[in-house]
Design a protein around this ligand. Structure first.
Ligand SMILES: Nc1ncnc2c1ncn2[C@@H]1O[C@H](COP(=O)(O)OP(=O)(O)OP(=O)(O)O)[C@@H](O)[C@H]1O
Length: 728
C-alpha cells in the first residue's frame, strides 16, 4: 500500500498593533542559499547566537500578506478532492497561542478561513454533474467536538446538556468518540448556521496575548458519502472524511499572564501538545509503542499520525523575537511531522473497485437526523458503540488480529507474560483497564531491568574479580577504577550524583564503548516509566558532558542524542544538540557550556577557588539544567513526577525538536537583554511566580553586565535544585 507523508505549510501572521517590528522570523521564497541553489522556507535567528540562522525548508510558505484564498487554493483544495474520493483527510493548525490558528481555520465572515471554504467546495462538488451515464447522490454530515482539559465535548449539543464523551476503539481498530452527534447538512448556508451556534459553545478566554484565545482543541469533521449508480444499476459508495483541527496554542504562562483557572486550562493544553510531540517523535524513531493513549487529542488524531489519513499540518507562526523560542519549537515539530508516514486507504464499497475497502468508524455511518437545534435534548438518542472491555484488553496485549499498537520490548514474549498476569473481569471501566495495563507494563519492565542487571552482575563475576563489596565507598572506588582513562575526575567532581546514578553512568559508558546501545535503548525507552526515563536521560547528559569536556564532540553528540530518546521533550537538550551539530558540521570548537546566571552578590563565591567551585557545580548540574530534572534515589519519584509535570506545563517542553534545520551564519547582532523574553516558559503558582519575577529581574541585570552569557536558564526555581543545594 502506498505511503503518504504529512504535508507541511508554514504561515507567518502579520504583526498585530503594539507588536515590535523585527526580523527574527522570516519567510524566504527562493532566496539564494549559502551552498548555492535557493532556499524556500522559514529562517529564524538563533536566540542564543545572533550570528547563526536556523533554516527550515518547506515548499509551502506564506508570509504576512498571504490571503486565506491563496492558502486554500494551493494546499487545501487538492485535499478536498481526495476526501471526496473516499479518503480520510486531516488538516490541523498548530502553533503557539495567538499565532493565527483560529484565523486560518475559521477566519471571519469577511475573510473566511479553511473550514467555510472547504464546506463551500464540498457543496460545489456535490452540485457538479456526474460522468455521462451515471447518477450521483452526495450526503454531507458534520460533527464537531472540543477537547477541553482532556475531556471530549460535543459542540453540536448545548453545553449544559453535553456529557463528557468517551473515546473508544471498535473491533477494526478504529478510534471514535462514542455518542457523538453527526448532523446532515443540506447546504453551505445550513452549515453556517450550525457552525456558528456550535462555535459559540467553544471554550474561549482572554489572555494577555489573545483576547479570544481558544482554551480547547476543536475538531470539526465533515463526512462525505457519494453514491454513484452506473447505467447497469451497479452502485458504489465512497465515504470520505475531513477532520479540520484547530489546536489550542501552546502557552508560555509568563507571556499570557494566566490566572489560576487559565493556568489549569493551559496545563491541559500544554500536556496534550506535549503528548502530540511524543507521538511524532515515537513515529520518527520507529518506536514499538506509540503513546497515542496518553491524551485524548492524540488518541482521536491517531489516524492522522501514522494511520490511514492524508495529512496537512498548517504551522502557524507569530512574528518577532518575543515568540522566537516557541517559533523554533513549532518549526522543529513541523520538521519532525514532515517525516511521519501514513497509509491512506479509499473507503469504497460495491462496484468493481480495486481499492481496499476499510470499514469506516460506526459514528460516521450514522448520519443521524438530529433534533438538537429544534427539540429537547432529552429525546436525543446516543447509540452506545462501546466494545466489551475484555475484548479491548485482549487486543491490547497482542491477542487480537493485528489491531494492537501496544507492545513492549521483546514483543510476543512480553505480551504472553502480561496476558498471564491479570485476568480482566467484565464490566471494568476504561480507567481501570488503563490502570491495570500500566501496572502490568511497569511490572514487566521492572522484571526485565532486574534480569538485565542480574545478567550484567553475572558477566562481571565471570570476567574479573568480584566487584560486589559491602560498602558504598568501595563500590565507588571500583567504579572509578573501571572507568576509561580521563573520566574518573569527572565522577569525583560529580559528588552530588547519587550512587544509583553513578552506577548508571558506568553502565551506560560501558554499553557505549561496546557499541551495543542504540537499538535496544530505542525499545527500552518505549517502556520505561517516566521516572526511569528521566534518570537514564540525566545519566546520558552527564556522560555526554564529560566527553564534550574532553573535546570528543562526536561522541558527546551521540550521547546527547541518546539522552534525547529518553527525554524527547527537553528543549534545552535539543538546543545543545543543535549547537554541537553545528560545531561538528562546521569544524568549530564547541562553545562553552551555558552558565547558570545568578544574581550578583547572591551565592557567588569570590576568588579563584570560588570560581572553580562554581564551575564544578555547573558541570554537575548540567543534567538538571537540561531539565532532565528531579531528585535522586528511590524516594524521589514523587518529586520527579512534579518536575515532569512542571516541565510539560511549559510551552517550550511541549514539542519534539527535529534536526531538519539548516544552520548558517549571518553577521547580525542583537541585544542580549532581549533574551529575557525568550527565556522560556514556566507554569507557576502565584507565590512561585512572585519569586520567579524577582529572580528574573536580577537576571536581566546580570546579563547586561556579563556579555559572555548567552544562555539564560529557566528562571523557575526547581525543587530538585533546592534539594541539591541543601546537600552541598
Ligand atoms: N493572517 C492574519 N491576518 C490578520 N490577522 C491575523 C492573522 N492571523 C492572526 N490574526 C489575528 O491575530 C490574533 C490571534 O489570532 P488567533 O486567535 O487566530 O490565534 P490562535 O493561534 O488561534 O490563538 P489561540 O491559540 O490563543 O487560540 C487575532 O486577532 C487574529 O485576528
Amino acid at each position: 500500500m502506498a505511503t503518504a507523508k504529512v504535508k507541511i505549510a508554514a504561515r507567518l501572521r502579520p504583526r498585530l498593533p503594539g507588536e515590535a517590528q523585527d526580523d527574527a522570523v522570516r519567510v524566504c521564497h527562493s532566496e539564494p542559499a549559502d551552498a548555492g541553489g535557493s532556499f524556500t522556507g522559514i529562517a529564524v535567528t538563533n536566540p542564543h547566537d545572533a550570528s547563526q540562522v536556523f533554516r527550515f525548508p518547506f515548499t509551502s510558505c506564506y508570509d504576512a500578506d498571504a490571503t486565506q484564498a491563496a492558502i486554500f487554493e494551493a494546499d487545501v483544495r487538492p485535499l478536498v478532492d481526495i476526501a471526496w474520493g473516499g479518503v480520510t483527510v486531516t488538516i490541523f493548525a498548530y502553533g503557539v497561542t495567538s499565532s493565527g490558528k483560529t484565523h486560518t481555520m475559521q477566519g471571519t465572515p469577511a475573510d473566511p478561513g479553511v473550514i467555510p471554504r472547504v464546506v463551500e467546495a464540498l457543496f460545489a462538488k456535490s452540485a457538479s454533474p456526474p460522468l455521462p451515464g451515471r447518477t450521483e447522490r452526495a450526503e454531507i454530515a458534520v460533527s464537531y467536538i472540543e477537547i477541553y482539559k482532556d475531556e471530549v465535548y460535543d459542540l453540536l449539543v448545548a453545553r449544559e446538556n453535553a456529557p463528557k464523551l468517551p473515546v473508544r476503539e471498535n473491533g477494526a481498530g478504529t478510534v471514535f468518540v462514542a455518542g457523538l452527534t453527526s448532523a446532515p447538512i443540506e447546504s453551505a448556508e445550513a452549515f453556517e448556521r450550525v457552525y456558528a451556534t456550535a462555535t459559540a459553545r467553544r471554550s474561549v478566554g482572554a489572555t494577555l496575548l489573545n483576547r479570544a484565545s481558544s482554551r480547547s482543541h476543536a475538531i470539526l469533521t465533515l463526512t462525505t458519502r457519494v453514491t454513484t449508480t452506473a447505467g447497469n444499476g451497479g452502485q458504489t459508495v465512497r465515504e470520505g472524511k475531513l477532520n479540520l483541527v484547530d489546536l489550542a496554542g501552546s502557552e508560555n504562562n509568563k507571556l499570557t499572564g494566566n490566572d489560576p483557572s487559565r493556568m489549569a486550562e493551559s496545563s491541559a493544553i500544554n500536556k496534550s501538545l506535549s503528548v502530540l510531540g511524543q507521538v511524532v517523535h515515537a513515529l520518527n524513531t520507529g518506536a514499538s509503542r506509540i503513546p497515542y493513549r496518553n491524551s485524548k487529542l492524540t488518541r482521536i488524531l491517531q489516524d492522522a499520525l501514522g494511520g490511514s489519513s492524508v495529512g496537512l499540518l498548517i504551522c502557524n507562526l507569530a512574528p518577532g523575537a518575543k515568540f522566537r523560542g516557541d517559533t523554533l519549537n513549532t518549526l522543529n515539530f513541523a520538521v519532525r511531522t514532515k517525516n511521519v508516514e501514513n497509509r491512506p486507504v479509499v473507503n469504497e464499497r460495491g462496484g468493481s473497485s480495486s481499492f481496499p475497502f476499510s470499514l469506516p468508524p460506526p459514528c460516521s455511518l450514522l448520519f443521524l437526523r438530529l433534533p438538537f437545534l429544534l427539540s429537547s435534548p432529552a429525546k436525543r438518542t446516543r447509540p452506545s458503540l462501546v466494545p466489551r472491555p475484555a475484548a479491548r484488553l485482549s487486543a491490547f496485549v497482542g491477542a487480537g488480529a493485528g489491531t494492537s499498537r501496544m507492545s513492549i520490548a521483546g514483543a510476543g514474549a512480553g505480551a504472553e507474560a502480561l496476558r498471564g498476569t491479570e485476568k480482566v473481569p467484565p464490566g471494568l471501566s476504561e480507567a481501570e483497564i488503563e490502570a491495570r495495563i500500566s501496572r502490568m507494563v511497569e511490572a514487566e519492565v521492572k522484571r526485565r531491568l532486574e534480569e538485565e542487571r542480574a545478567r550484567e552482575r553475572e558477566k562481571e563475576r565471570e570476567v574479573g574479580p568480584s566487584k560486589d563489596t559491602d560498602s558504598v565507598k568501595e563500590k565507588g572506588k571500583e567504579r572509578e577504577k573501571a572507568l576509561p582513562p580521563g573520566l574518573s575526575p569527572l565522577l569525583k567532581r560529580h559528588k552530588d550524583l547519587d550512587d544509583e546514578l553513578q552506577a548508571r553512568l558506568l553502565e551506560l559508558e560501558r554499553k557505549f564503548e561496546r557499541g551495543n546501545g542504540s537499538t535496544k535503548e530505542g525499545t527500552l525507552a518505549d517502556v520505561l516509566s517516566p521516572v526511569s526515563k528521566k534518570k537514564t536521560g540525566r545519566a546520558y547528559v552527564a556522560l555526554a558532558r564529560a566527553h564534550s569536556e574532553k573535546g570528543d564532540l562526536q561522541i558527546a553528540l551521540e550521547l546527547y542524542k541518546r539522552a534525547e530518546t529518553y527525554v524527547p521533550d527537553n528543549v534545552k537538550l535539543k538546543e545543545r544538540i543543535i549547537e554541537i551539530e553545528w560545531a561538528v558540521k562546521n569544524g568549530r570548537a564547541f562553545r562553552p557550556s551555558p552558565k547558570r546566571v545568578r544574581a550578583k552578590g547572591k551565592g557567588r563565591e569570590k576568588g579563584e577557588g570560588g570560581k572553580e567551585k562554581e564551575k564544578e557545580k555547573e558541570r554537575a548540574e548540567e543534567a538538571r539544567e537540561m531539565d532532565v530534572d528531579g531528585a535522586h534515589g528511590a524516594d524521589a519519584d514523587d518529586q520527579m513526577e512534579v518536575d515532569e509535570v512542571e516541565s510539560s506545563l511549559t510551552g517550550r517542553a511541549a514539542f519534539a525538536f527535529g534536526f531538519g534545520a539548516e544552520l548558517t551564519n549571518t553577521g547580525s547582532k542583537r541585544s542580549l537583554v532581549a533574551l529575557s523574553d525568550d527565556a522560556g516558559a514556566g507554569m507557576e503558582t502565584p507565590a512561585k511566580r512572585a519569586k520567579t519575577q524577582t529572580k528574573a529581574k536580577a537576571r536581566v541585570v546580570v546579563i547586561e553586565s556579563e556579555e559572555e552569557d548567552e544562555f539564560v536558564p529557566d528562571a523557575a526555581p526547581r525543587k530538585s535544585r533546592r534539594r541539591v543545594g541543601a546537600a552541598e
